[in-house]
Design a protein around this ligand. Structure first.
Ligand code: HEM
Length: 131
């Protein structure tokens, strides 16, 4: 029997975010990038990401910031975003099914696509982004 349910509470978001970044940290391609920048600030990053997804999925505005800014100068390309998305979709599917689960995947895809487009734009011009 399938006991999966939709993403419905902040505890669901915590479970999703904690498991996802646990997988991210262990990934050989993107793990070192995250760990290198975040270092010992993981609790702070996770708290921020709970608020980010709470804002995106539940329309409860607890996240304030500019999501793209910390990504602008990262040494990443399509492969890194594909890895990120593979882990994101895989973690969602591990626990959840439903409309919000589908929206979380779709939002992840949209943001990853937008970040990649901007990063490639800056890289192709070797310019410093206007933040
Ligand atoms: C390979 C892909 C990615 C890498 C390597 C990456 C890396 C990072 C790192 C290192 C930070 C922390 C910066 C810091 O606190 O010093 C960060 C923050 C963040 N990331 Fe990503 N990220 C990736 C993809 C994404 C995607 C696809 C999303 C959106 C769905 C996202 C959303 C965010 C948000 C909201 C923050 C917090 C921004 C703030 O400080 O307000 N990231 N990311």
């Amino acid at each position: 029997m399938d006991t999966k349910k939709d993403i419905a509470t902040i505890d669901d978001i915590r479970l999703l975010v904690d498991t996802f970044y646990g997988n991210v940290r262990k990934d050989p391609l993107i793990g070192p990038i995250f760990n290198g920048v975040i270092g010992n600030r993981w609790p702070e990053h996770l708290e921020k990401m709970y608020r980010f997804w709470q804002t995106v999925l539940f329309d409860e505005h607890t996240y304030f910031g500019s999501p793209f800014t910390p990504h602008a100068q990262l040494p990443v390309d399509r492969q890194h975003f594909d890895t990120w998305l593979g882990l994101w979709h895989g973690t969602i599917d591990q626990f959840f099914i439903g409309e919000r689960a589908a929206e979380a995947k779709w939002r992840g895809e949209k943001m990853a696509g937008m970040f990649l487009t901007k990063i490639e734009y800056y890289q192709s011009r070797s310019s410093t982004p206007l933040l």
